[in-house]
Design a protein around this ligand. Structure first.
Ligand code: SF4
Length: 713
């Protein structure tokens, strides 16, 4: 376990000269400005706890359920801090919600109280902005590198049509470049294909820097950074935060308070940012870019290294490389390391009078990255995991390397200079904060074993009130346990669960089909299919099906299409936003899909009154990072399954289950067709304690009865 750093000093609250408002007053103003807005206890509790953290410098983990209004709960106290505050999100959806909705509303509301209008800015990665230098020379790019010759199976007439379509998009992009004030891709409507955008944007590592760039003065990415440096609140994303932290890029302005929203995603995003890979196509592209700057034999060495990698990847089976690099892949990495070093040495430094510094920097950056990755793979360090990726559709093959853990990285880089508030609806796993705290690099004490009485109480609270009369049907007036999790503390940090404004025990049922056999390895077993049909039939559609495999989702869709008249929407058959819109609007429809639906669907109201989960979402054996992390715990004498796989399943399950109740008027049933949630003695209670406190049952007749009544209401 890494030692956490305590903050060097608290984020300094703005002095309250002349009765300057505090966070509570600002929150009250913001809430009061919303028509019908009312104070929410959880929101106030969260805002107060954040004010205390700002004052003390103690880091804070806050679990805040859906509907708490957590963005205002952290934005209001953030305005009391001197100097910029950074808010980081995992998803674009939340970033947009903050920038387009919450922050403008907050600024309007607090301006009279604060005596000035607070400012905010959004900060994204460089590749999100139009690059004028790239746009300027995209017409001159070498033929293989342009969007007009990407290989397409079938080619011919179809390809000419494709080229025309992409060419039109490129022209639209050029026209937009004349008008846009920000160059932000998200403001381009309609958007363009990724391939087109790549031709007009610049990855950070390839940017030559504003001082050397002929377009440095007009650069959109540079302008966004300048705006961020002046703003009170800067909204960014976990990936950019991670890159900034790992590479010391100093893109994010110095700040004393960092709010990490969707914090359950942070460790994974940091891990992705620290991941690197080698692909034959990548080497080929880099070789073509560098060729004009190299002697032919040096360019040829790069091509040979790419060919060697293609051979090594063809020979190696997909999956984790548990016994080190196979000889062919080691040979390819060695060739690549030597070839890239020789090429970089030959190209040399970029000089002030270089005729084309942008293109030279692009070539150098690509070679440098290949060289670093090859060396990292050859090193085979204990703290790294390597694997071969070969998707079933054969789209690409790659040799990938990622860190075994990022807890140490976060401990070293995240907490020193700032106070961190991490928040999410899913931070307490198994009824405690320590698992997530450790993943985030905080020093967390091991849990004390609960007394039998405490364990029984906790399980009952997690499960709601098991019984025979479901609240959805009976309007039973009594309330279940609130389900809030007690605080956990460690050196320099504390935690808080503010619960949820939803009355889960009255609004929803968690039904576990405990009578079903254990789920099979893949696909949807017949008994689970029949159970699904009975549940969906009882309600009459309105079902979100979250499946653990594409095959299971397909089988479920086929079953319903064959045996019912309900409209069934299947992920992959149309774009996801379109499917979600149809699911929301077509009241009887069912939407079935895999992992991206577990977090990405927000459908309040009666279009989604049944959420079905086919099996507990443990990581699959072919998820190399999870497997390597579990193996490392096993090798240290612990249980990798308990320490790695169960927490991953807990976060995923809580996210999936959380799709059901999105508003105070929502009611419905979550049905888990995996009996282990009830029968597994070890992890079953842990997983149930990680979920909102629904009313709990294992009786199919009770679940179906409740659904029938909902269907008629
Ligand atoms: S500085 Fe120049 S090369 Fe870099 S992103 Fe801006 S316009 Fe592009």
């Amino acid at each position: 376990m890494t030692t956490p750093r305590t903050a060097t000093g608290p984020a300094v609250p703005r002095k309250r000269r002349g009765g300057r408002p505090g966070g509570g007053e600002l929150l009250a103003a913001a809430v009061g400005a919303v028509p019908g807005g009312a104070a929410r206890p959880g929101q106030q509790q969260m805002a107060e706890a954040i004010e205390r953290s700002i004052a003390s410098g103690e880091h804070l983990l806050v679990q805040a359920g859906t509907g708490t209004g957590k963005s205002l709960a952290y934005l209001a106290p953030a305005l009391t801090v001197d100097g910029p505050v950074v808010v980081s999100t995992a998803t674009l959806a939340l970033q947009s919600q903050l920038v387009d909705h919450d922050l403008p509303r907050l600024a309007d509301a607090v301006e009279p109280v604060l005596g000035r209008r607070p400012t905010f800015a959004v900060l994204k990665g460089r590749h999100h902005y139009l690059c004028l230098a790239r746009l300027d020379n995209s017409v001159e790019e070498e033929p293989e590198d342009t969007l007009f010759d990407a290989p397409r199976p079938g080619g011919g007439t179809k390809w000419l049509g494709e080229a025309g379509r992409l060419g039109k998009q490129m022209q639209r992009l050029r026209d937009w470049a004349e008008k846009t004030a920000t160059g932000d891709r998200d403001e381009l409507d309609p958007g363009v294909d990724d391939q087109v955008w790549r031709s007009a944007s610049m990855p950070a590592r390839e940017c030559v820097g504003a001082t050397r760039c002929p377009f440095g003065q007009e650069c959109f990415a540079e302008a966004s950074r300048a705006r961020a440096r002046e703003a009170d609140i800067v909204v960014t994303n976990h990936s950019l935060l991670a890159v900034d932290m790992l590479a010391g890029r100093h893109i994010v302005p110095p700040h004393k308070l960092l709010v990490v929203d969707e914090a359950h995603e942070l460790a994974d995003r940091v891990s992705s940012a620290a991941q690197a890979e080698l692909e034959p196509q990548l080497i080929d592209r880099s070789a073509r870019r560098a060729r004009p700057l190299l002697r032919p034999e040096l360019a040829e060495r790069l091509t040979e290294a790419g060919d060697a990698l293609a051979v090594g990847l063809a020979e190696a089976p997909a999956g984790r490389l548990t016994a080190g690099l196979p000889p062919a892949l080691r040979e390819a990495c060695t060739l690549l390391d030597a070839a890239t070093r020789a090429a970089l040495e030959s190209i040399g430094d970029i000089k002030a009078d270089d005729p084309d510094p942008v293109r030279k920097q692009q070539a150098k950056a690509a070679l440098d990255e290949l060289s670093t990755t090859a060396q990292r793979l050859l090193e085979e360090a204990d703290h790294d995991v390597a694997w071969v990726e070969k998707p079933e559709n054969g789209s690409r093959r790659a040799l990938v390397v990622a860190p075994l853990s990022v807890a140490g990285t976060l401990a070293t880089h995240l907490y020193d200079e700032r106070t961190v508030v991490a928040t999410s609806a899913t931070l307490a796993l198994g009824g405690r904060f320590d698992t997530v705290a450790r993943a985030l690099g905080l020093d967390a004490p091991p849990p004390a074993p609960p007394s039998p009485a405490a364990a029984a109480l906790a399980t009952a609270a997690a499960a709601g009130r098991a019984g025979t009369t479901p609240p959805v049907a009976s309007a039973d007036g009594s309330r279940a346990a609130t389900g809030t999790v007690p605080a956990t503390e460690g050196p320099g940090w504390t935690s808080l669960d503010v619960g949820s404004p939803f009355d889960y025990a009255r609004q929803g049922i968690l039904y576990v089909a405990a009578h079903l056999p254990r789920p099979s390895v893949s696909g949807l077993p017949e008994a689970a299919g029949e159970e699904l049909l009975a549940l969906v039939g009882a309600l009459g559609g309105r079902t979100l099906g979250l499946f653990s495999s594409r095959r299971a989702a397909q089988q479920a869709a086929e079953l319903l299409r064959a045996r019912t008249d309900l409209p069934v929407l299947l992920q992959g058959e149309e774009s996801l936003p379109l499917l979600v819109r149809r699911f929301r609007e077509e009241r009887e429809s069912c939407l079935f899909g895999v992992m991206s639906l577990w977090q990405g669907v927000d459908v309040p109201g009666d279009s989604c009154q049944l959420v079905v989960i086919d099996r507990l979402p443990f990581p699959r054996p072919d998820e190399p990072l999870a497997a390597a992390r579990a193996a490392a715990v096993d090798a240290g004498g612990g249980s990798g399954f308990a320490a790695v796989s169960v927490p991953i399943a807990a976060v995923r399950l809580a996210q999936g289950v959380g799709r059901l109740i999105r508003a105070t008027g929502d009611r419905g049933v979550v049905a888990v067709l995996d009996s282990r949630l009830e029968t597994a003695r070890g992890y079953g209670p842990f997983l149930r304690r990680s979920l909102p406190p629904f009313w709990y049952t294992t009786r199919p007749d009770v679940a179906r009865g409740a659904l029938e009544r909902l269907g008629k209401s």
